[in-house]
Design a protein around this ligand. Structure first.
Ligand code: ZN
Length: 167
């Protein structure tokens, strides 16, 4: 395991649609574990492979460790198969440090994908967990949270982001 470098906007890999993982070998297992380690250290609650420079469909997340017991999730080729309701909450992103904004997302989602043994998994999530899942799956489609708002708000936030970077 290793701490990986987190790519920051406007790195091209962040706006690229990631490819499916074809087979889950040792390299993917190592990458997933390093991603978890990198996420915990950041600290963050989710990380997608493009954020560490790998354009493949792999995400990790854990919302438990901020309040108690770690509950790591690793999902290969994740797909949101159902969503319900609406929820507006503030979000941030390790690839866009220093800026936060409210984003409208589904309140609950169903996620399907594979674990590191290649077994199919299905999970239902709501609230913060559902939000993290939607945020990370967006990364695999080359989408950042600022792409989920009006152009005006997006531009204002990005202006603030670049101003922060100069400091
Ligand atoms: Zn993010």
């Amino acid at each position: 395991m290793a701490i990986l470098q987190i790519r920051k906007y406007p790195d091209r890999v962040l706006s690229t649609k990631a490819s499916e993982v074809e087979d889950i070998g040792g390299e993917i297992v190592d990458l997933a574990n390093s991603m978890l380690e990198t996420m915990y250290k950041a600290p963050g609650i989710g990380l997608a492979a493009p954020q560490v420079g790998r354009s493949i469909r792999l995400i990790v997340f854990d919302i438990g460790h901020t309040e108690g017991e770690p509950e790591p999730h690793i999902v290969v080729n994740p797909v949101i198969t159902a969503s319900e309701g609406e929820d507006i909450q503030e979000e941030g992103c390790l690839s866009l440090p220093g800026i936060y904004a409210s984003v409208k997302r589904a309140y609950a989602v169903e996620l399907k994908g594979y674990d590191l043994e290649g077994r199919e998994i299905t999970m239902q999530a709501e609230g913060l967990l559902a939000r993290v899942i939607q945020h990370e799956v967006d990364h695999l489609d080359g989408k950042l949270f600022v792409d989920r708002m009006s152009k005006v708000r997006r531009n204002l936030l990005l202006k603030r982001y670049f101003r922060n970077l100069e400091k």
